[in-house]
Design a protein. Structure first.
Ligand code: GDP
Length: 331
């Protein structure tokens, strides 16, 4: 049985990846930080097959101990301060966890090595936010980075140090440059889930307005469940490399709002919408759109869930969730 260690196990991607690896007969370990982490219960209930190991991306010795305990064949670094808006308010913490955390994990891997002498294969969750003020469109693996947030800057460091450790020490280290990927498990602070949850609550009569920031930014939104397949595929190749993972199609925040309201039959949605300066960013990224040709041709990866199906899946999930919480019987 192969053994995989996932950082960020409580997050959206960690949970989808854990399910994928479990279905492939891996022993799955998840790094959990802090005392009384409130999300431990969620992971234990949803993913009872995952063995939780304590450790923190800010603490090298804890990572060394976790690796010694798990002896993994594959390590997936999905842990990060991942919310762009928060990264402007906690820039140093973001740099420490999202950026330096990668270096610490790579160092721990170098120090401990893999199970039964096999080298560890390492996946770094890089991000389209690294492209920021884009230098060319669509963006590919060799497109120059121009991050526009502390989060993006920290991810650039994480990407560069992954490539550097691969070049310098021959580590099997891959960086997946993933464009936005969403799901019913997305945190409510992200615009997609904020919208689908509000739309569900408005439809159920539990909420009157949806308050957003800028409606014009465009994103290349895919389904997280599809994207974790690409992570795994990268680590199964003969040689480590970096890959863009994207759908190649963009929609605006406005398009997302429109699709979500229409899905529940509320076509005149403008009357539910308010905008507030609180939700605008100090600086925005440009139009992010990825070209995943390399992942398609070399990995054989392709997205399965399109934009409309993704919106419908998220709204339907939130309708059920909010109805259950409010004790409303759904047809
Ligand atoms: P990001 O691409 O990682 O920053 O993902 P988000 O879901 O946080 O934001 C996507 C886009 O939606 C950004 O351009 C935001 O400025 C925009 N946006 C507009 N209103 C909101 C809002 O109320 N919350 C969030 N999170 N984003 C918003």
């Amino acid at each position: 049985m192969r053994r995989a260690l996932i950082t960020g196990i409580t997050g959206q991607d960690g949970r989808y990846l854990a399910e994928l690896l479990h279905s492939k007969n891996y022993e799955v370990f998840g790094l959990i930080k802090g005392q009384n982490n409130p999300r431990i219960e969620l992971v234990q209930a949803e993913l009872p097959f995952v063995e939780l190991v304590s450790g923190d991306l800010q603490d090298l010795s804890s990572l060394v101990a976790a690796l010694e305990q798990v002896q993994p064949d594959e390590v997936y670094n999905l842990g990060a301060i991942s919310f762009v808006a928060l990264s402007f308010k906690q820039a140093e913490l973001t740099a420490n966890v999202t950026g330096l955390g990668v270096l610490r994990l790579l160092e721990a891997i170098r120090m401990v090595g893999g199970s039964s002498g096999n080298p560890v294969r390492f996946y770094q969750a890089s991000s389209s936010e690294m492209f920021g003020k884009v230098r060319e469109s669509p963006q590919i693996e060799s497109t120059a980075f121009y991050p526009r947030s502390p989060y993006g800057c920290a991810k650039v460091f994480g990407h560069d140090i992954t490539v550097n450790y691969r070049d310098s020490y021959g580590l099997f280290a891959c960086s997946g440059i993933l464009f936005n990927h969403e799901s019913p498990r997305r945190g409510i602070e992200f615009v997609t889930r904020k919208v689908t949850n509000a739309v569900a609550r408005i439809k159920l009569g539990l909420q009157e307005t949806l308050v957003l920031g800028d409606l014009e930014p465009r994103r290349d939104w895919g389904f997280a469940g599809d994207y974790v397949h690409a992570m795994w595929m990268m680590l199964q190749q003969d040689r480590p490399a970096d890959y863009v993972v994207a759908t190649g199609r963009t929609h605006s925040v406005r398009d997302f709002v429109d699709a979500a309201f229409r899905h529940v039959g509320l076509d005149d949605w403008e009357r539910y919408l308010k905008q507030d300066a609180r939700f605008f960013r100090p600086s925005e990224v440009d139009l992010l759109v990825g070209d995943a040709t390399k992942a398609r041709t070399e990995l054989g990866w392709k997205p399965e869930v399109d934009f409309e199906s993704l919106v419908a899946m998220m709204v339907d999930h939130d309708l059920k969730l909010e109805a259950r919480k409010a004790g409303i019987r759904q047809p």
